[in-house]
Write a protein that binds this ligand. Structure first.
Ligand code: HAM
Length: 527
């Protein structure tokens, strides 16, 4: 038997009714706060998450579903090259960047051959520099008409100019071969980076302040457990735009948080706890990171491998550590609150003031740094006791520098994502409670399928929920099917009923049976 992959699951009825209930409620709330829906692709360039979420985060370092899309550059190029150069020198790509070092014998052969210069999809800068000087060497030593070098690698911001020029020149050769270089792609582990990419790609700043929401699956290769899946669903929202449109204002932070409180309350989830912190500006954090590095220096040996690495590369991430033995050490570390500059502190206080005014309760948690690198200033989580270990029902915060980190203009933003799986788990409502069962089961007698279908059609046009039977069923079987479907009424469609244009309608709970004229059926069933 082929089963659903570990960490993924089927959502079956009647549980899907709860999901629809939640989604309909959140769409209503989003409408009231003037948010509009955005749908971004489920996979994106790997680089988007590496640069957006951060290379050092658990998500990017350990949890992404990433693959090379298309032919490996090396193999594709060699094949293309062989096709266009029958009888050319055999060419063996090694791992990594493929560059033939200067070798008099090889160069002698080159004089009669085409050369393939090829880089893998993520070459290092050093490798590219090597490539550039090699290309230069070829141009100087071998007559141009004998060389048709081909190069394949994606555009990278850190590629030196000389290499970029070379890549462009050689890229034309590649296009002639109709070769599409392979690209590293990733199933989205979260949706904020995708939304900001779309913001930049479609110049959404022209619209001023964008208030966008999304509902959809995300993918992280985490260890599955209750409330933690490898395919999970998020309901998220982002407020992003130029500062001139008010995107930086603490009023936006407070509005987003108040909306979340309203949303949870409306869904009947009232026992939530809002944990709030400010992770400061990049400048505040640079000081904090220095202090953390210093504080970690004498103790890091005693910590887990991940923390030892984090202590050097990105000390803030030490706060993500879940290893129990490390917790007492982490407790002694300095907190970001001590390093907030005047501006960050004022912003944070303004957010808290508005929350207090609108009556949204919160608690401050100075250990809350969130597991993604893009956060600045306000950071928050809503937790819910009933969820157990995975108690964060949603998380979010400001990401004022993300657009710039992705090559866009300055565009402060704030947003959140709710774990929909966890939200559904926290509901008091049951699937049975929100499911709309059939109002009526239409039971055709022998030869009456057509008449029954006509009647069902009329009723459905009046928004009656109809389950339609089959004239091959005996009456007893129709009654059983109607009961199993949970229908309120059963409606018998026989020859006599059609002639009389009145149908016998039986209430399955009370057993009461009446004959109702066609024109009155819908009203009677709904009443
Ligand atoms: P996050 O904290 O990584 O933030 O995820 C948000 C929520 O998604 C979590 O609080 C949790 O409820 C749910 N979640 C995360 N991983 C899993 C999983 N493996 N299984 C089930 N649920 C999970 C973000 O994703 C940010 N993009 C939020 C954001 C939007 N920040 C600003 N804008």
């Amino acid at each position: 038997m082929i089963k659903a992959v570990r960490g993924t699951r089927d959502l079956l009825p009647p549980e899907t009714a709860l999901w629809n209930f939640v989604e309909a409620a959140v769409r209503d709330v989003f409408r009231a706060y003037n948010f509009q829906e955005i749908r971004t692709p489920i996979f994106e360039a790997t680089e988007l998450f590496a640069r957006g979420v951060g290379e050092e985060t658990d998500i990017v370092a350990k949890e992404m579903y990433t693959w090379e899309d298309g032919e490996r550059a090396t193999l594709g190029l060699v094949r293309a090259w062989r096709q266009t150069n029958p009888g050319a020198i055999p060419y063996t790509p090694s791992t990594g960047l493929v560059i033939h070092r200067y070798d008099p014998d090889f160069v002698a052969k080159l004089k009669e051959a085409t050369v393939v210069i090829d880089a893998k999809s993520r070459p290092t800068t050093a490798a590219l520099e090597q490539l550039s000087s090699y290309a230069q060497f070829l141009r100087e030593h071998i007559p141009d008409h004998l060389i048709r070098p081909i190069l394949a690698f994606p555009d990278r911001a850190n590629v030196p100019n000389a290499v970029q020029t070379e890549a462009q020149r050689l890229g034309v050769e590649l296009e002639r071969l109709d070769y599409e270089p392979s690209k590293s792609l990733t199933l989205r582990p979260e949706n904020t980076a995708g939304v900001v990419r779309a913001y930049i790609e479609h110049k959404l700043w022209d619209r001023g302040l964008n208030k966008l929401y999304y509902i959809g699956p995300q993918f992280r290769r985490e260890r599955p457990q209750k409330g933690r899946y490898r395919q999970f669903y998020q309901i998220g929202a982002e407020v992003i735009g130029p500062a001139s449109a008010g995107s930086e204002s603490p009023a936006r932070d407070a509005e987003v948080l108040e909306m979340l409180a309203t949303l949870l309350d409306r869904l009947g989830i009232t026992d939530w706890n809002l944990e709030l912190n400010s992770v400061g500006t990049p400048a505040d954090r640079a000081q904090f990171n220095d202090a953390l590095r210093k504080a970690l220096e004498p103790v890091k040996e005693k910590m887990c491998d991940d923390c030892q690495r984090r202590a050097v590369t990105n000390p803030l991430r030490v706060f993500d550590c879940k290893v129990p033995e490390d917790q007492p050490i982490i407790e002694t570390l300095p907190r970001i609150t001590q390093f907030l500059g005047e501006e960050s502190r004022k912003h944070f206080e303004a957010v808290q003031d508005i929350l207090t005014k609108v009556g949204v309760r919160f608690s401050l948690n100075d250990r809350l740094v969130r597991g993604l690198d893009y956060y600045t200033r306000t950071a928050f989580e809503f937790t819910h006791g009933a969820l157990g270990a995975q108690n964060a029902i949603l998380g979010g915060g400001r990401y004022d520098g993300l657009s710039e980190a992705l090559g866009g203009p300055a565009a402060p933003g704030i947003g959140f994502a709710i774990g929909e799986d966890r939200l559904v788990m926290s509901l008091k409502e049951t699937a049975e409670g929100v499911l709309r069962k059939p109002d009526v089961y239409v039971a055709p007698m022998a030869g009456m399928n057509g008449e029954a279908a006509r009647l069902a059609r009329e009723l459905r046009q009046h928004d009656v929920v109809v389950e339609l039977g089959d004239d091959g069923f005996r009456l007893k079987k129709s009654f059983e099917a109607a009961t199993k479907a949970g229908a309120k009424y059963i409606l018998i469609v026989g020859e006599n009923e059609v002639k009389a244009d009145a149908f016998s309608l039986k209430n399955l709970a009370t057993g009461e049976q009446v004959s109702v004229p066609r024109a009155e059926l819908a009203r009677r069933i709904q009443g």
